[in-house]
Ligand binder design. Structure first.
Ligand SMILES: [Cu+2]
Length: 248
């Protein structure tokens, strides 16, 4: 059965209180770095769901980069080396659904930028290093919820130059994305961006992120990956944003 928009919106409202999820910890080559909220993760206020830059007037547009507290540096850095396998774990405070609500289906994308100590990181500084969309029969968020206990794996580029970085991962649930958020305020994709501070050492790489992607300019309401109806049959999903950065 297909749910109509009004019913979906109602359901979304009804589950708002604990519907969302936040990044809780990082593993480096499988080694747990400990609880990271507000330690090495710039954890957002509350559950940190962000809409595509609607509200320039109230200055919430910058939140699309590293969320509502993206401008506040946290005390620690995760230490890693180029090529390392990283795992970001997402957690939700609900024993029945400890990862993410099953309605929240969509891609998971990961970006990197040079470290910044001030500002929200909402300029043209980001490069995409990983992406997972829809691989039949499951969305990235479904694989995470059903099979990995909230863990999302990816690798740092082998050629990455040593230095301090921000690694930003976002979940993009699409359950309300059959209507564009600029046309209907309560609709459109939801964004859960979260940024982790990294100190990368070792390797012989010299690649510095240079895709210069800006979320406020590069993500558009009309992108086929954002203006997308998951409630009707489809075969492929166009992942939003730039291609994976060719780190050289
Ligand atoms: Cu939600």
């Amino acid at each position: 059965m297909l749910l109509n928009g009004a019913l979906l919106a109602l359901l979304a409202l009804a589950t708002t209180a604990s519907a969302h999820t936040t990044m809780s910890r990082v593993f480096v080559n499988g080694v747990d770095q400990g609880e990271g909220k507000n330690k090495y993760i710039r954890s957002p206020v509350n559950d940190g769901q962000v809409q595509l830059q609607l509200d320039k007037k109230n200055n919430t547009a910058p939140f699309i980069a590293c969320n509502s507290k993206g401008d506040i540096a946290v005390p620690q850095f995760v230490k890693a080396s180029p090529g390392d396998k990283l795992t970001f774990q997402w957690f939700r405070e609900d024993p029945k659904e400890p990862v993410i609500d099953p309605s929240h289906k969509g891609p998971i994308l990961t970006y990197i930028a040079p470290f910044f100590a001030t500002g929200f990181g909402d300029g043209p500084i980001w490069s995409k290093i990983a992406e997972e969309g829809f691989v039949s029969p499951a969305w990235a968020t479904e694989r995470m919820r059903n099979f990995t206990g909230g863990m999302v794996d990816f690798n740092l580029p082998k050629t990455l130059a040593p230095g301090k970085y921000m690694v930003r991962q976002e979940l993009i649930p699409l359950h309300l994305a059959d209507r564009r958020g600029d046309i209907e305020k309560t609709r459109g994709p939801e964004f859960y961006p979260s940024c982790v501070q990294f100190d990368v050492a070792g390797g012989s790489g010299t690649a510095v992120p240079n895709q210069n992607f800006d979320f406020n300019k590069g993500y558009k309401f009309t992108d086929p990956g954002f203006d997308f109806n998951i409630h009707i049959p489809f075969t492929t999903y166009p992942i939003p944003g730039p291609p994976i950065w060719d780190a050289k």
